[in-house]
Design a protein around this ligand. Structure first.
Ligand code: DHB
Ligand code: FE
Length: 286
């Protein structure tokens, strides 16, 4: 039976894709950022997940003002890196898992989450940067990916509570997938940042660390944080962190932290990263 064995949280800062692709990842500026992922890269090589459910947001690459799905799931065979203005990143295509994607889509929709189904799209830094941070330079990504896109770009994004409940429903969906596969769920984006307006450059390290602390153990209080608190405390783009709550919701009532990393500065934001496992194994075949 399929099982969610771990959750990973990570920022998706586009500049890290540039540093990685141009071989600057160990210089004075980027070295301390990438060093925080060394533990995770070794751990991922040992864990060998078959599939990652990669919760991320598109930044007007696959979607734009013409169509704005709140929650969308990729059921396609493969996804190419998007051209975000300077040509597509030269990283491998992302290989999907259509059987698991369709299974999760069916399970979620029948569980009353009205998902948008995507068969074709390109994926931007929101998805490819976390893959590079976790797996480094590779000829092909070492696992399949089911992309799960969340609208956090155009108001109104989904509430943290709704994201958490979606995570719980994803765990139920995975648990009823008959193949024996090792599945991870990643929540990406954040941490505190504001890219425009008077408060551009805002970073709130205290709040970010409160959020990271809160993901460990029982995290019920995190799901109640209202949008206005993210906006006030973490800037206009900090709302990306609701995506981490989908990951956290999928891990069950309590978690253990295996690894954690936080560093400022990283482009306009703080880099935050955490690796979690369920405190008690999730049941399979539910
Ligand atoms: C930055 C961060 C983001 O999450 C993003 O999507 C774009 C830019 C930044 O810090 O520069
Ligand atoms: Fe972003």
């Amino acid at each position: 039976m399929a099982l969610i064995t771990a959750g990973v949280g990570s920022s998706h800062v586009p500049l890290l894709g540039v540093a990685h692709d141009q071989g600057k990842d160990r210089d004075d500026y980027f070295g301390p950022i990438f060093a925080g992922y060394d533990w995770t890269r070794a751990w991922e090589r040992a864990e060998k997940p078959d599939v990652v459910i990669l919760v991320y947001n598109d930044h007007a690459s696959a979607f734009d003002m013409k169509i704005i799905p709140t929650f969308a799931i990729g059921c396609g065979e493969r996804y190419a890196p998007a051209d975000e203005g300077w040509g597509p990143r030269k990283v491998p295509d992302v290989i999907g898992h259509p059987d698991l994607g369709w299974h999760i889509a069916q399970s979620l929709i029948l569980d009353e989450f009205d998902m948008t189904i995507i068969n074709e799209m390109d994926v931007d830094h929101g998805l490819t940067v976390p893959l590079s941070m976790m797996f480094g330079h590779v000829d092909s990504w070492p696992c399949k990916v089911v992309p799960l896109a969340v609208n956090v770009v155009t108001y109104p994004p989904p509430s943290g509570n709704r994201c958490w409940a979606l995570g719980e429903a994803i765990a139920r969906a995975v648990a009823s997938f008959p193949e024996d596969i090792n599945v991870q769920i990643w929540g990406t984006g954040g941490m505190s940042h504001q890219l425009q307006g008077e408060r551009a450059g805002l970073i709130n390290a205290e709040w970010d660390n409160m959020f990271l602390d809160g993901l460990i153990g029982e995290s019920e209080h995190l799901r109640r944080i209202p949008h206005i608190d993210y906006l006030r405390e973490t800037g206009s783009e900090g709302i990306e962190m609701v995506m981490w709550l989908i990951m956290r919701g999928a891990l069950g009532p309590a978690t253990r932290a295996l690894h954690r990393h936080y560093h400022v500065p990283c482009s306009n934001t703080a880099i935050g990263h955490i690796v979690l496992e369920p405190a008690s194994p999730l049941s399979s075949g539910a």
